[in-house]
Design a protein around this ligand. Structure first.
Ligand code: GUN
Ligand code: FE
Length: 471
């Protein structure tokens, strides 16, 4: 197989939580037919670079201050909601005057006009590529037409990889934005068939994929959930929904499905499997974590959104340690930023909040408990410990390999392992607030980009080996 091109320089990935590769010495990645066919490091990388250049293969050399990463995977995002991102987050999620009623539902309803949906979805894809997102697990709206348009525009733009859900909801929505159960199921089947027929190539990871998408339990009848479970099974589809998202959601769901947790209901209807991408899961009740783990279902952790709606922070590290899969998501527009860099920073901060009550302080040279920890002893502290600490590099794992594992695509996406598709972003630290203050090591350079970076730092983006965005 002929080499298409190669990259040489600081190519960094996180193949496992806590492991960061490629910071110490330059590496070489060879890309053939859109996939990584070879990877070497150090002296071997130098030697191989020389050979390739002699063979006439194009070797793209990363500059000082640049780093190549696997493309970001956004595990949870609502495309219509780009229109009001930044607004409505000071309201409760489910109140009659809240986020869903006042912002999400009316905006999504407007996607019924297909031409409007096309404009919004094209712009949303563009924003994601500028942010370095190469795969997104997407909620559209209830409309079949607009959902098909989303598939069309993603294919036309050739990125990011779009796992698209036509949203399903047959109760507790506005009269003008709700479905009949049978119609919802028919439209979902039509959407699945359409999207699968538009896949290019014969095997995963496809550029577009349908996702069976019950919005969340409050808006779905048992009959709808049952039908969707059957469709997911029949067509081998990924599933997404919101699970134990917030206190108001969990309390309302409990009135609709008495005596059952969210996870039990999804499980009962065949909607908790591998891969299922369940948003949030901050308010998990007894037994839900175990159900997720046993069934290989993943949590799409949306830390920024959780600050506003979930009344809690997800104990990501503990969940990962106990074998639950966790991806990272922006949750536009429950979270206001489309950037996975912001999602990573928010994940680190959210994990910090779990530690606040458990910090050991050092007062004038004496190891002692921090005042906050002493005070917390008398308060009803939530479960949390130093085990909850999440580093920025661990957040990078969530944004790349963690998301790929959640989709059961860890062998094809999320790292620079040989055999993976070349979905990647070339970052530069020479612009933005860090530009005049070069880092003293490659690790610090990457940290600066993760903590201070934005779309100005995303110089090039590749999906399937193709350059799909460059500055
Ligand atoms: N739960 C159900 N629908 C939504 C939504 O659109 N956004 C958020 N954040 N939570 C939801
Ligand atoms: Fe959401």
């Amino acid at each position: 197989m002929a080499a298409g091109f190669a990259f040489f320089g600081t190519c960094v990935d996180t193949p496992r939580l806590g492991e960061v590769r490629g910071l110490e010495a330059p590496s070489l990645l060879v890309v053939s037919d859109g996939r990584i066919s070879q990877r070497c490091m150090g002296a071997e990388a130098l030697e191989r670079r020389r050979q390739l250049e002699q063979e006439g293969v194009e070797v793209r050399v990363l500059e000082q201050g640049e780093v190549l990463l696997p493309g970001f995977i956004d595990g949870h995002i609502h495309f219509p909601q780009f229109c009001f991102a930044g607004c409505g987050i000071d309201m409760p999620l489910m109140h009659p005057e809240g986020f869903l009623a006042k912002y999400a539902f009316p905006t999504e309803e407007s996607m019924g006009e297909v031409e409007r949906a096309k404009v919004v979805y094209r712009a949303a894809l563009e924003v994601l590529l500028h942010c370095g997102t190469t795969t997104a697990v997407i909620y559209g709206s209830l409309h079949l037409g607009a959902s098909k348009v989303l598939v069309d525009v993603a294919l036309e733009r050739k990125g990011p990889r779009a796992f698209v859900g036509k949203v399903c909801a047959d109760r507790y929505c506005p009269d003008t934005y709700v479905e009949e159960t049978e119609q919802s199921l028919q439209d979902t089947e039509d959407f699945i068939q359409y999207t699968q027929s538009r896949r290019t190539g014969s095997e995963a990871p496809f550029l577009v994929q349908p996702v069976v998408t019950p919005r969340f339990l409050p808006t779905c009848t048992p009959k709808l959930l049952q039908g969707l479970g059957r469709l997911a099974d029949k067509y081998g589809c990924i599933i997404q929904s919101h699970l134990s998202e917030s206190i108001d959601e969990v309390e309302f769901s409990a009135t609709l499905f008495p005596g059952q947790t969210d996870a039990e209901v999804f499980h009962q209807f065949g909607l908790l499997k591998s891969p299922s991408m369940m948003g949030h899961s901050v308010q998990l009740m007894q037994g839900e974590e175990e159900l997720l783990r046993q069934n290989g279902a993943a949590i799409a952790h949306c830390p920024l959104s959780n600050f506003f709606f979930a009344s809690g922070a997800l104990p990501v590290k503990q969940l990962l340690k106990r074998g639950v899969k966790v991806a990272l998501g922006t949750d536009i527009a429950g979270g206001y930023s489309p950037s996975m860099l912001t999602a990573m920073r928010s994940a680190v901060m959210a994990a910090k909040t779990l530690q606040f009550r458990h910090v050991k302080g050092c007062a004038f040279g004496t190891e002692s408990e921090a005042p906050s920890a002493k005070r917390a002893k008398n308060a009803e502290a939530p479960a949390g410990s130093s085990e909850d600490e999440l580093s920025h590099f661990e957040a990078l794992y969530l944004a790349t390999k963690g998301g790929a594992e959640a989709l059961d695509l860890g062998h094809l996406l999320g790292s620079f392992e040989v055999g993976c598709r070349f979905d990647a972003l070339r970052l530069r630290s020479q612009v933005g607030p860090m530009a005049s203050f070069p880092a003293s090591s490659q690790a610090d350079m990457l940290l600066k980009i993760i903590t201070l970076g934005d779309d100005r730092n995303v110089k090039q983006v590749f999906v399937d080996g193709e350059l799909v965005h460059s500055l």
